[in-house]
Design a protein around this ligand. Sequence first.
Ligand SMILES: CSC[C@H]1O[C@H](OP(=O)(O)O)[C@H](O)[C@@H]1O
Length: 356
Amino acid sequence: MTTPEHQPLSSLNWKKDKLEMLDQRLLPETILMLKLYTPEEVWESIHSMKVRGAPAIGIAAAFGVVLGAKAYDGIAIEGWLDHVKSVCAHLATSRPTAVNLFWALDRMMQKANQAAEAGLSLAESTDALEVEALLIQKEDEEVCRMIGEHALPLFADGMGVLTHCNAGGLATAKYGTATAPMYLAQERGIHLKVFADETRPVLQGARLTAFELQQAGIDVTLLCDNMAGMVMSKGWVQAVIVGTDRVAANGDVANKIGTYSLAVLAKAHNIPFYVASPLSTIDLSTASGDLIPIEERAAEEVTEGFGKRTAPKGVKVYNPAFDVTPNEYVTAIITEKGIVRAPFQENLAALFAENK
Ligand SMILES: CSC[C@H]1O[C@H](OP(=O)(O)O)[C@H](O)[C@@H]1O
């Protein structure tokens, strides 16, 4: 999708006995690849957001299961299966909102059960898990590329496109979801003017989206979150595209805090609001957005997130990491299988029925 010199940064590299992971908390100043050897280290990396972004979280967790399976020191497959189940259960507690975490863990547990039922040896069963985790990662690359293909016709040369947080290559196996059409556009000579919200308090937009798009040579302008309305009022934005952590069955969208505000602003300015979502991030078992668990994070992310205290000691802080955009503010959900528009409940159900 991008020219060789512009291959997006890859945040996760599997190395048989360890998971190499780019510590995203240190970007853009420092590029540090961590080496993770245990599922506990993977749990901590997800929880502390060394790795973040719904698909990347799922991929990291999948490799965490493999690390756990490899560490099993028993001899019976039943014991191995129980051990894998306990590793999955632990990894599932690392963060609550991104459904890809649970989707990936469920898929790994299904593979473990299949291996045991097939009578495979412990080594063969562990190998089957490793193959599955690598498949999850590889599939995500193609999924993101297809999201880009379906999204690209929505973007014309010279358009201003605003995005929030980081739904880029760093949040996925490669290419990103919301950024996929941006990489494709660049490859095909379509000039998009991207506006990236800094995305307080963890600054994924400033630190990650601006970083990866600039590295790729894509026209990106960084905004403070409170500037989105003004640039829309100036007519500089013709579309908004964001990623998501979980789409409910009715099309309500959980995404980084601040997304709902953007959606309301976009509606007020008659600007299309697109959500780029792999099928793995659509959760038909959650009926509506009010049922999506919203992670609350530490106050220090708000009061000390710039490396210095920016608020009085002990002040009360509310720090939800996500919000929910009601489906009536969503113009379309762009998946690897095509574009879904309202009525989302029935059209999402139909999409899944067609792609069983
Ligand atoms: C394709 S990434 C989806 C989603 O994940 C990010 O959240 P976080 O950085 O807290 O993991 C953000 O909400 C992205 O839009």
